[in-house]
Design a protein around this ligand. Structure first.
Ligand code: LLP
Length: 420
């Protein structure tokens, strides 16, 4: 009896399926390692989020954080759903436009870009969320219509220290003692329309954290509004909605998050008609839409039971970079109680090239297909050519059929930019 599989995989007659397509057939057709995305699951995630927001707000917007996966085919699913986009540089902006997101729904939150890149971005007249006062001053010749600053609430939360973006030790945003001056400067420079933004971290699973920081941000925003006699049009709570990666983790209660936001509006007597709420999720929308399929290339039973695969830290960096946990199972071989405890590793010459430790896999053998879950967010987008590896292919199931949405790189891609 099958025992262990996660969305977007379903099992029918002992076969693993993704949006109705046989996973093993997909792997045979496109090779491994391979990222396989369910477009149905993207829609489900987006609809669930939209519904939870609309239960509390009339005036809201979801902007998909394209850094999570910037393939224009994936972005185009979001544009069909009416999503906007959060982008962090000119290339991401162009990817969002290529994916069909209209410029009026795109907001840039960047830091430390070259002035020439900022000038290029300004030509598109998208909303710009400034990271500091200097960045705004350098743009004064062509200020965008709508201006916001990224507020650093002075506290940070995140699943790992490396993905905690708020707090006094991080490079992001403007701390409370300077935020009023920032908006005053913007007003002095002639800015007319304003928004307020913050983001304290990524991968947060506790609704209380969202409530506390939202409440703090609202308080600071309202103080600025009063002191400077300006009207804020939106408050943007950034991304950060976490997803469970470990089997014992519970999904984030988004209903609780947004009803807490609502109560902050109510407590402060803020009318949602006048103040739009924006969120910019990446992980929540795409993490569990995608599995990474690899193949077992070697078994080494030594100090540990090493299961060697073609998935390396160049394919999926998160475990090596953050110590991130991703569920692993075998394709069409289901977990038994007594599988060996495996250390699943890749082909890169680094000790940190580990995909998972202490995993019970049922009788793993060379040639078996292996599946790594929750790889839709920051999976492909953080892959690299390290160690002479090529980036993998990406497939998305569209209208019930697998569609190649990115070709696997070849040796040519490793040398195409090398001068003769
Ligand atoms: N908006 C801004 C301004 C951001 O900096 C981020 C993520 C997001 C939205 C989306 O956050 P999300 O909803 O995905 O938490 N590479 C790391 C995640 C880094 C996130 C950085 N900023 C990982 O693999 O976990």
């Amino acid at each position: 009896m099958p025992r262990k599989y996660y969305p977007p995989i379903v099992v029918n007659n002992e076969r693993m399926l993704i949006d109705g397509c046989d996973l093993e057939e997909i792997a045979k057709g496109f090779g491994t390692p391979l990222y396989v995305t369910s477009s149905n699951r993207i829609r489900e995630n987006f609809d669930r989020l939209r519904k939870a927001l609309s239960n509390n707000f009339k005036n809201f917007e979801i902007k998909y954080a394209v850094k999570a996966n910037s393939n224009p085919h994936i972005i185009s699913v979001f544009s069909e759903l009416g999503s906007g986009a959060d982008v962090s540089n000119l290339n991401e902006l162009n990817l969002a436009l290529k994916g069909g997101i209209p410029s009026e729904k795109i907001m840039l939150t960047s830091n430390n870009l070259h002035q020439s890149e900022m000038d290029e971005i300004a030509k598109q007249n998208i909303a710009i969320n400034f990271d500091d006062i200097g960045q705004l001053e350098r743009m004064k010749a062509k200020l965008p219509d709508l201006i916001s600053f990224r507020f650093n609430p002075g506290t940070g939360h995140g699943y790992f220290p490396g993905i905690t973006t708020g707090g006094v030790k991080t490079k992001f945003g403007i701390l409370e003692d300077q935020i009023l001056d920032a908006y005053r400067k913007a007003k002095d420079l002639g800015a007319k329309r304003f928004g307020f933004h913050y983001m304290e971290g990524s991968g947060i699973l506790d609704p209380q954290v969202f409530r506390n920081t939202f409440s703090k941000a609202m308080e600071v925003m309202l103080r600025i509004q009063e002191k400077l006699d300006i009207e804020f049009e939106f408050i943007d709570a950034g991304g950060g909605l976490g997803v469970p990666y470990r089997p014992e983790e519970e999904p984030l209660d988004i209903a609780e998050v947004f009803s807490a936001f609502r109560s902050v509006f109510d407590k402060n007597k803020v009318d949602n008609e006048n103040l739009k709420i924006i969120i910019e999720p990446g992980r929540y929308l795409v993490a569990d839409t995608t599995v990474l399929i690899g193949q077992i290339t070697n078994i080494k039973n030594s100090s540990e039971f090493f299961v060697g695969t073609d998935i390396g830290m160049s394919t999926l960096l998160r475990p090596a970079l953050y110590g991130a946990y991703h569920e692993i199972s075998l394709v069409n071989k289901f977990i038994g109680e007594n599988g060996p405890k495996c250390t699943v590793v890749g082909p890169v010459c680094e000790t940190s090239d580990i995909i998972g430790v202490d995993r019970l896999l049922p009788d793993p053998e060379i040639g078996d297909l292996i599946i790594v879950y929750n790889t839709g967010a920051y999976g492909y987008s953080m892959s690299s050519q390290y160690n002479g590896n090529v980036r993998p292919a990406e497939v998305m199931i569209v209208n019930g059929a697998p569609k190649l949405i990115r070709i696997r790189e070849t040796f040519q891609d490793l040398i195409s930019k090398v001068t003769p």
